[in-house]
Design a protein around this ligand. Structure first.
Ligand SMILES: [Cu+2]
Length: 136
């Protein structure tokens, strides 16, 4: 039951964020972007407060395994429907399929400071597909 999980309920979410994962321009070539931006170490992409519950709506152009460091989450929906069995439980990575939206819910607690999230495909991560999360 979702209420048994530590990540919270949909009605408790303080923020809903949309994030796209896709190919784009990086320098003079192509890279892999989150929210149309190449990773910049000094830029904060998402700012949130310790203990807040958030829903992130993720969508991708091709397959991307999206990974949150230090933060567990659960899958709320996939492709507009209930998550299939393989999405059950507390996760740190979720597989995005081409064009399919996935909603995740997370409680950002246990760590205050700077954190990262990224695509777990090493070639994508190395080519820009990371973002900074600041938990205040
Ligand atoms: Cu990727």
């Amino acid at each position: 039951m979702a209420s048994d999980l530590p990540t919270g309920e949909r009605s408790e979410a303080r923020e809903i964020r949309d994030m796209s994962f896709g190919v784009g321009q990086m320098g003079s070539g192509h890279g892999w972007l989150i929210g149309d931006k190449v990773f910049a170490p000094a830029r904060t992409d998402v700012t949130t407060r310790l203990g807040d519950i958030e829903i992130w709506r993720l969508i991708a152009d091709v397959h991307h395994p999206v990974h949150l460091h230090l933060v567990g989450f659960t899958v709320l929906s996939r492709g507009g429907g209930p998550p299939p069995p393989h999405d059950a439980g507390l996760k740190d990575t979720v597989a995005l399929n081409p064009g399919e939206a996935v909603e995740i819910i997370t409680r950002l607690d246990g760590y205050r400071g700077r954190d990262l999230f990224s695509c777990h495909t090493a070639e994508h991560e190395d080519m820009g597909m990371m973002a900074n999360l600041e938990i205040t």
